[in-house]
Design a protein around this ligand. Structure first.
Ligand SMILES: Nc1nc2c(c(=O)[nH]1)N[C@H]1C(S)=C(S)[C@@H](COP(=O)(O)O)O[C@H]1N2
Ligand SMILES: [Mo]
Length: 449
């Protein structure tokens, strides 16, 4: 029988006992901290004694997030690129050098942005229960004392702070943006952008540190079938995930996973209707789904004409569209636009706040309008709305977005005139363009280069 060095108390053993890892340099600091236990840390340890906490549960949840979170991150970066930051849009604001390579967002497939923003928002919402369960599985660790036993651990815990803070910040700001609740006093897009970098860097560090542990835990014995009655704590682990004095089980590990998975499924069921027209009425989390009627213009409205200060006298007989290219200008009224060749295309409006819808639009091709002022292949088109306030009253399109055969200044939708809320007398609709750049109540388009 091997001697147990810890119980034998023999000097000379350099293997620390598993429950009380030793201190690395500066050991005096960690030891002093250990002796000054702040009030509460022991109470925390006694309160959180669930025997299901341990490497297996944390690793299963970690594996789910390891596969899904990169999708949220990548689609988020793609969405930012889709806004065409090079074109001097109202937003996103200039973020300096901290960005991925920017390219001209394609116009095909037409559902590209619908897919990337839909995945980003839907997955972001659906993963909330999984993230919260993963936090629950490690929460006693956040209060562990001493806070570190080595400098490497200080760094690890700092990265954890950024990781946990980062994902909570991203989730909360994202959810509030979806609900249109700008409770925070800062610009959502810029904050969510920098928050994403903090979170992503922390996630990469975390995965680099913990991946071996995750693999080991998942290769070991599984607990997916263990019922509550036979649920016991795992042996003490090097990360201290297992409670020091585990209490009796009130739930099995698979019960915890079912709760997280059930929560995710419920949120998915309440959210997919945001992106699937046939399921619109099930999208209970979509603030803009509720007032939808059955008519041809009965699809979600981002900002109503009234909210944008667009009054009927500005969109009536006196309304004119001005086209510009260099010194050339051309003015058209709605009858003049309707007299030009009309083109019809079924294209999505995909809103950054999470919903999307596909509708059939009719109007004048943007490239025909460019040709009217002698701008054959413009590099950029700057669209301006009658709307005076707001961030979304102008947008810039790149050359490919102007010359696409389905890129329209839409006058009609689903066979009827645009409704005031959907941008009457004229609005932009371009394949794969973020909804926010499908400017409504257009009064001027300037073609450049
Ligand atoms: N002038 C103007 N155009 C606008 C907006 C706006 O607030 N003002 N909102 C944009 C956003 S964010 C979206 S998602 C779409 C929504 O179009 P819809 O309201 O017709 O569905 O319009 C876009 N066009
Ligand atoms: Mo939007």
């Amino acid at each position: 029988m091997p001697t147990d060095a810890a119980t034998a108390g023999g000097g000379g053993s350099d293997a620390p006992p598993p429950r009380e890892p030793g201190y690395a340099a500066p050991a005096r600091l960690w030891r002093a901290l250990d002796r000054r236990r702040p009030p509460g840390v022991d109470a925390v340890e006694q309160a959180w004694r669930s025997p299901v906490r341990g490497p297996w549960l944390t690793s299963v949840l970690g594996a789910v997030l390891l596969v899904t979170l990169p999708l949220v991150i990548v689609t988020g970066l793609l969405d930012w690129i889709a806004y065409g930051p090079r074109l001097g849009q109202a937003f996103p604001r200039d973020v300096g050098w901290l960005h991925p390579p920017v390219f001209d967002w394609p116009t095909r497939p037409v559902w590209l942005f619908r897919l990337t923003q839909g995945l980003h928002v839907t997955l972001g919402i659906v993963l909330v229960p999984v993230v919260l369960t993963k936090l629950w599985s490690v929460v006693p660790k956040l209060f562990a004392w001493p806070p570190a036993r080595s400098l490497a651990q200080v760094l690890e815990r700092l990265s954890l702070l950024l990781l946990v803070g980062g994902i909570l910040f991203q989730s909360v700001t994202g959810l509030l943006n979806v609900q249109y609740a700008y409770l925070f006093g800062f610009d959502f897009y810029t904050a969510h952008w920098y928050g994403a970098w903090v979170f992503t860097v922390a996630l990469v560090v975390h995965v680099a540190i913990k991946l071996p542990r995750l693999v080991t835990a998942l290769r070991g014995p599984g607990f997916a079938r263990t019922p509550v009655a036979r649920t016991r704590a795992e042996p003490a682990d090097p990360d201290g995930l297992v409670a020091r004095r585990p209490g009796p089980a009130t739930v099995s590990r698979r019960g915890v996973l079912a709760l997280a998975g059930g929560g995710a499924l419920l949120l998915a069921a309440l959210t997919v209707g945001q992106s699937v027209d046939a399921l619109r009425r099930t999208a209970l989390l979509l603030p803009r789904s509720r007032r939808v009627d059955d008519g041809p213009t009965g699809f979600p409205v981002n900002r109503t004409a009234a909210a944008a200060g667009i009054t009927p006298d500005r969109t009536g007989a006196g309304w004119r569209l001005t086209l510009r290219a260099g010194a050339r200008t051309r003015t058209l009224d709605r009858a003049g636009l309707l007299a030009l060749p009309q083109h019809t295309a079924t294209l999505p409006i995909a809103c950054v706040e999470g919903w999307s819808t596909s509708q059939t639009w009719t109007g004048v091709r943007l490239r025909d309008l460019a040709a009217l002022v002698g701008a054959g292949a413009p590099a950029v088109a700057r669209v301006r709305s009658l709307e005076r306030g707001g961030q979304f009253n102008r947008a810039s399109l790149h050359g490919g977005q102007v010359t696409d055969p389905d890129a329209l200044l839409a006058l009609r939708v689903n066979g009827v005139d645009l409704s005031p809320d959907h941008g009457f007398p004229a609005r932009v609709v371009v394949p794969a363009l973020p909804g926010v750049h499908c400017t409504k109540w257009v009064e001027e388009i300037e073609f450049d280069g």
